[in-house]
Design a protein around this ligand. Structure first.
Ligand SMILES: [Zn+2]
Length: 170
């Protein structure tokens, strides 16, 4: 059963509370992406964006206990092992991914999505996409994987922030 708008509004504060606490709890460990020494990212993202997007290296990614929160339709998403996850302007990466520039590119796309949509619309759109299409084909992931592939398989530089904004408008 898809989440109704009423159910979403009732449960969203619990989820965003968990996200805010998780980001705050790790803030002392967070480093700006601009300080990580990646060579290609500055060609695709503005300096202010890289300086205000934060990375936290963790042994295990902090995942919201969605089922406990009453979001019971996301068991597929909860079972997948991810290399990174983005909450607002902060993303978490596992030890195996700290040098993976393409993964950082992917998570930066999510940072822009969070900013452009705002937290509540991002979470609503992400949840709806998971319900309707599953993780990999959900629109916000399709966008992130599609742009990540352009980054990985081509050397043609593009403005990633503008690409995300244009995709969100369409
Ligand atoms: Zn993603």
């Amino acid at each position: 059963m898809p989440l109704t708008p009423e159910e979403f509004r009732a449960k969203y504060p619990i989820l965003i509370g968990w996200i805010n606490k998780t980001v705050a709890d790790h803030s002392s460990l967070a480093k700006p992406v601009s300080g990580l020494g990646f060579r290609r990212l500055p060609s695709y993202f503005s300096a202010p964006l890289l300086a205000s997007s934060w990375v936290v290296g963790v042994a295990r990614l902090p995942m919201p206990p969605l089922s406990q929160m009453g979001f019971t339709q996301f068991t597929e998403w909860e079972r997948i092992e991810y290399g990174g996850i983005t909450y607002m302007d902060t993303f978490f990466v596992t030890p195996g991914e700290v040098a993976n520039e393409a993964l950082h590119f992917h998570e930066l796309v999510h940072v822009i999505q969070w900013r452009v949509l705002g937290a509540e619309r991002f979470v609503a759109a992400y949840a709806e996409g998971l319900e309707r299409f599953g993780y990999r084909s959900s629109p916000l992931e399709e966008m992130a994987y599609g742009l990540e592939d352009r980054f990985k398989y081509s050397t043609e530089v593009f403005d990633a922030e503008e690409a995300v904004r244009a995709a969100l408008r369409s």
